[in-house]
Design a protein. Structure first.
Ligand SMILES: Nc1ncnc2c1ncn2[C@@H]1O[C@H](COP(=O)(O)OP(=O)(O)O)[C@@H](O)[C@H]1O
Ligand SMILES: [Mg+2]
Length: 249
């Protein structure tokens, strides 16, 4: 197989005496969909925080495309194509979503200071923003603020903002969290339509979604990798069923 795009080697994190992440190693290849599951408090979000540089690991390193990015700040990692979304919505509630995506593109291009000019002065940025929204089924809502949208659509706007940063690796922290049943299908279709070549790590509690989405799964329990493998293998894995799916055979 090709060299991994994202290569996480022996990441550990302690808060005081609490070992939240224990020697986690995993790889993500271009075009791969990796599902990360585990009980509440297993350390999934913390792992994303370590990968993105929001938290500094106690031990271990993160490599992207053969480069050790461990010393880099969050924004530098974003510029290299390592982009996340959040478990809890981070949108500006009253700003039209097309404008928010355009702002994210300007941020990527380092042209935010020019933003006092009307957005229409940047047709390329506007076109790119519309293209990103269109791919997620949101283009007709471009003039609407998040407050006017259904919650599932708001979650997709967060993915649109991430896409505006031109990711090569996308880290999704529970994209389905809080989405009502009636909207799940729309979110699922949008996730399925993300560019093939993108590498995606998805944390998700919705087992139907993550088993449908992932090519490969990693199970975290008490901060450590309990198991990894194909969705079929994980579904049958005895320790996973006991520790996580809560079943006793
Ligand atoms: N900044 C922090 N300080 C202390 N403990 C933390 C901090 N962040 C997370 N934790 C603890 O780490 C554990 C894992 O949390 P988290 O990564 O959010 O789990 P998950 O996303 O799998 O539900 C939890 O016990 C949580 O309380
Ligand atoms: Mg979490």
């Amino acid at each position: 197989m090709d060299a991994p795009l994202l290569d996480i080697r022996g990441l550990s994190k302690s808060f005081g005496g609490l070992h939240v992440t224990r020697q986690v190693s995993l790889q993500l290849h271009a075009g791969e969909r990796l599902g990360l599951i585990g009980p509440n408090g297993a350390g999934k979000t913390t792992l994303i925080n370590l990968i993105t540089g929001f938290l500094e690991p106690s031990e271990g390193r993160v490599w992207l495309s053969g480069q050790d990015i461990s010393p880099l700040a969050q924004d530098q990692r974003v510029r290299l194509g390592l982009v996340r979304t959040f478990q809890i919505t981070q949108l500006a509630p009253r700003l039209p979503i097309g404008l928010q995506v355009a702002l994210a593109i300007h941020q990527r291009q380092g042209s935010v200071r020019k933003m006092w000019l009307p957005i229409g002065r940047y047709p390329q940025v506007r076109d790119e923003a519309m293209h990103i929204l269109d791919a997620l089924g949101l283009s007709r809502l471009a003039e609407q603020p998040p407050l006017a949208l259904a919650y599932g659509q708001q979650r997709l706007v967060e993915i649109a903002l991430a896409m505006a940063l031109n990711p090569r690796v996308l880290l999704l922290d529970e994209p389905m969290a809080g989405v009502p049943t009636a909207e799940r299908q729309t979110v699922l279709q949008a996730l399925d339509s993300l560019p093939r070549e993108l590498a995606i790590l998805m944390i998700e509690h919705d087992m139907d979604l993550v088993f449908h989405f992932a090519h490969r799964m990693v199970v975290l329990a008490e901060g450590a990798v309990l198991a990894q493998g194909s969705p079929e293998i994980i579904r049958q894995h005895a320790a996973v069923r006991t520790a996580y799916l809560g079943e006793v055979d």
